[in-house]
Design a protein. Structure first.
Length: 136
């Protein structure tokens, strides 16, 4: 994706917020419930005050706005780092820090991005999630 496409997608995501479906907020048991149901889960470990997390969120929202299939097939869950940074889920997945993105399916981790804000890298992770969700 080039800068112009990204700028257009970002503008669309910011000016049309009603079109995007918000990700669910994590609560204990939510991830296990979705994985048990066969869902592909995209976890976003973030904090409100984290500038890297904000940059990742802008990229994720722009990509979702450009490709509705992401939200149609993948369960997006936001994990509040300040609240759940030391939770069992965080420890089990060995999440090193906020601004970590992880894709899970069944009992497997399919990929992760730690502190990356590149559209290309985040899109690759989201594409991995979408491919896994479509595969069944």
């Amino acid at each position: 994706m080039n800068r112009r496409q990204f700028a257009l997608l970002s503008t669309a995501a910011l000016t049309l917020p009603g079109l995007a479906i918000a990700a669910a907020d994590y609560t204990p048991g939510l991830v296990r419930k979705h994985l048990a149901a066969g869902d592909t889960v995209f976890l976003d470990f973030k904090a409100d005050w984290c500038s890297t997390c904000a940059a990742q969120e802008r990229v994720i929202e722009a990509l979702k706005a450009a490709e509705p299939a992401y939200e149609n097939h993948v369960v997006f869950i936001n994990v509040d780092w300040d609240r759940y940074g030391d939770a069992a889920l965080t420890r089990e997945l060995k999440i090193p820090r906020r601004s970590t993105l992880v894709v899970l399916k069944g009992d497997q981790e399919l990929g992760r991005v730690v502190a990356g804000t590149s559209t290309k890298v985040i899109k690759a992770l989201m594409d991995t999630a979408l491919a896994a969700a479509r595969a069944g």
